[in-house]
Design a protein. Structure first.
Length: 305
């Protein structure tokens, strides 16, 4: 489709959005719910932090890395996570809090850095890149060059580059039947989709799915069990639920300017991160929020080690 048709198929009443953690992140990102630990992991890209929120107690633990931390994904071994850093992708042991292995090094780092990452239905990691916009002191630079790309990384170490020329490669999600892959370019204000072959973890096509929506820019997304994409709108103060046909099904108004990415827990709660670097100073510096979505999320596939 071309420019998005703003048809609200499910008018949204006021939703109770609660703060889960006020960690003061500059750019909160990469959140994922860990079912075995009943915890949410997320990052602060600019400060190089990995956070963990224990749902039952509300306690938060934080670890620091030597590069921006852009995303977190689960693995098929509950004690390990894959952590996506600016210039490398590592296997991280949740028991020792140490890097157990380096799975990939980005050759263009630090001119280019990794960004969003998710795992496809076959257990292969997909991640995007972009011009590195994080200075050594943690402050943010403007992205001016279209250096982003889209990659996949198998457990064998095989790396494949699928697309070039993105401004900020973002949003990675798959339809419930695994036949459609969604991916975005934030700078182009466009979410694309293509045919996905789960048997071979291959992407064919790059068609416009949702673009030119006037509420901010597309940041991270997650998929629900009904095949609707929940997209965080950076600068738009909202999260949009988009139907399989590209229509706007619901707009969730948030109290922050920059929702950045989201994930479902196992009970229909949508958890989302925020960025504070471009918000007004009158906004509270909080980082992790949640609300009841009324629908369950699509189960997250772990990276196959």
């Amino acid at each position: 489709m071309g420019a998005v048709s703003i048809l609200i198929t499910d008018p949204t009443p006021t939703i109770d959005i609660r703060c889960l953690a006020a960690t003061g992140d500059i750019c909160g990102e990469g959140c994922v719910w860990h079912p075995q630990q009943n915890a949410v992991f997320w990052t602060d890209i600019n400060r190089g932090l990995l956070h963990r929120l224990e749902i039952e107690t509300g306690g938060v633990e934080t670890w620091r890395f030597d590069q921006p931390v852009t995303a977190v994904v689960l693995t098929n071994r509950a004690e390990f996570l894959v952590i996506i850093l600016g210039g490398r992708i590592v296997l991280w042991d949740t028991r020792t809090h140490r890097e157990a292995d380096i799975l990939f090094r980005l050759p263009d780092w630090p001119d280019v850095r990794c960004n969003d990452a998710r795992v496809d239905p076959a257990g292969v990691l997909w991640f995007g890149t972009m011009q590195n916009n994080v200075r050594s002191d943690g402050t943010t630079m403007e992205v001016t060059e279209w250096k982003g790309a889209l990659y996949s990384l198998a457990s064998s170490g095989e790396i494949t580059q699928w697309r070039l020329g993105f401004g900020i490669s973002n949003t990675l999600a798959w339809s419930p039947n695994g036949k459609t892959m969604y991916f975005a370019d934030t700078l182009a204000n466009t979410i694309y989709h293509g045919h996905f072959d789960s048997a071979h973890s291959s992407l064919d096509g790059c068609d416009v799915f949702f673009r030119d929506f006037d509420r901010g820019l597309p940041d991270g997304s997650t998929m629900d069990s009904e095949g609707y994409l929940w997209n965080c709108r950076y600068g738009g103060s909202c999260i949009v639920r988009i139907g399989p046909n590209g229509s706007v099904a619901k707009i969730i108004e948030t109290q922050v300017s920059n929702p950045t990415t989201c994930t479902f827990d196992g009970k229909g709660t949508l958890v989302f991160t925020t960025a504070s670097n471009a918000t007004s100073q009158i906004e509270p510096v909080k980082s992790l929020f949640a609300f009841e979505s009324g629908v369950r999320g699509l189960p997250v596939t772990p990276f196959a080690l």
